[in-house]
Design a protein around this ligand. Sequence first.
Ligand SMILES: Cc1cc2nc3c(=O)[nH]c(=O)nc-3n(C[C@H](O)[C@H](O)[C@H](O)COP(=O)(O)O)c2cc1C
Length: 493
Amino acid sequence: MAYDSLSSFVERLDREGELLRIREPAQVDLEIAAAADVESKTKGGGKALLFEKPVDAAGVPYAFPVLINGYGSAKRMGLALGREDVGEIGAEVEALVRAKPPAGVAEAWKLLRQGLELRHARPVSVGRGACQEVIHRVEDGGRGLAEIPVLKTWPKDGGPFLTLPQVITEDPETKERNVGMYRIQVLGPWEAALHWQLHKVGARHGKKYREMGKPMPVAVALGGDPANAFAATAPLPDGIDEYMFAGFLRKKSVTFVPAVSQPIEVPADADFILEGTVDPTGEGVDEGPFGDHTGFYTPVDKYPRFRVTAITHRKKAIYPATVVGKPPMEDFWLGSASVRILLPVLKMNFPELVDLALPAEGVFHNMVFVSLKKQYPYQAFKLMHGLWGAGQMMFSKIIVAVDAEVNVHDTSEVLFYLGANIEPQRDMIFIQGPSDSLDHATTLPHCGSHVGIDATRKLKGEGYTRDWPEECRTTPEAAARARELLAVARRMG
Ligand SMILES: Cc1cc2nc3c(=O)[nH]c(=O)nc-3n(C[C@H](O)[C@H](O)[C@H](O)COP(=O)(O)O)c2cc1C
């Protein structure tokens, strides 16, 4: 199901009892983020929060409400993507790539791309867009970004940050579009810093423009169908247009209009659009500090300066935001949905792979739990190397491999087998590789070591000469009788 705006998603959340409206004034400086932090840590992810009266530090109200924690539960993630359960989309992706089994992961992605095109997910250009109902141009003056209730989420943040932006760029040669979710620090009414990290596609496009000495047009969409912002977070390979993927998710093409001040197209249904350029000659600008996904502040670093040339928006726009920090947070649900949707593509290349989870405690890349059907010695290590070679999985610091029957979504169960099944010297491998830009633990930025831990039962061929013991399990009859006895006892009080 497609939403024609963020407000229709909000209405749906309301009807489903998934929305808490906060009618009291709340400050964009820390207060809204602190409330979302508390709510996202309640069981199952709490409710989505709509702050109807965001105010600045002086108590002056903004014209737009703020939606936060909109994706922050399994149910809301499904609602955002128009399904009862996100797993349904995984099955749809599986059907696409299974149509003609690919020989490798690159071919699997190609198949997915072809499948998306066949599903009429191709973006479509239209004449007019609700995102341009109101237009502010830099040359007309005005308050620019100060009109938008951008949040400061942690006390030592360098300023307010847009935290759910869809950053739209194009490859200057191939004209291929990319949409990435990269936070944006507001530096002034018409100036901001774009935090696309070294390994991301936006950074690759930026480098090409710099080498060509050409100013880079950039557009940032906020809101619209929640499938659009989710697609911007998904670890799709370079070359698959995230808006085509969004079209597949929402079963309806994303529509586009030309931006008003830059040679780039923008999604017609967005709530806000920021248009501007990145200067190819600039050294970059100080960005940060920022209280990050990791639960720590990321220090100041240089990132591209974004000069805003126009801001357009719906008359009744809603500003979408999130807060990142110590888990569990809303971003856990976004990451988990990506895993569930894209796992079939990984499985095409790793037939032994059964399931994979990024536990909330691991904040995306710190920890990966993977289960496999082991058929030959050292297959768990083979799988780990394959995962480290697969796109953003390269950042995984700790990969724990367990047998097929272990539930990787149950951290306690994985930790049990991790403790029980490993002989540390035999079952751990260390490799060197690229590290996530946010990782403060590596000695050097962007590179470090990664560990793979094989917590599967060991085969004779792996040097284990003893007989692997059997696990203690009662009989199904005894288990059924036990449940009956306990239920009766509970009923009797
Ligand atoms: C809430 C949220 C905020 C994010 N912020 C950033 C960011 O500031 N910089 C960045 O490079 N990646 C950030 N990411 C991760 C990227 O969105 C993700 O890696 C995406 O796949 C990148 O797209 P790309 O491969 O097209 O570059 C964020 C993800 C989420 C869920």
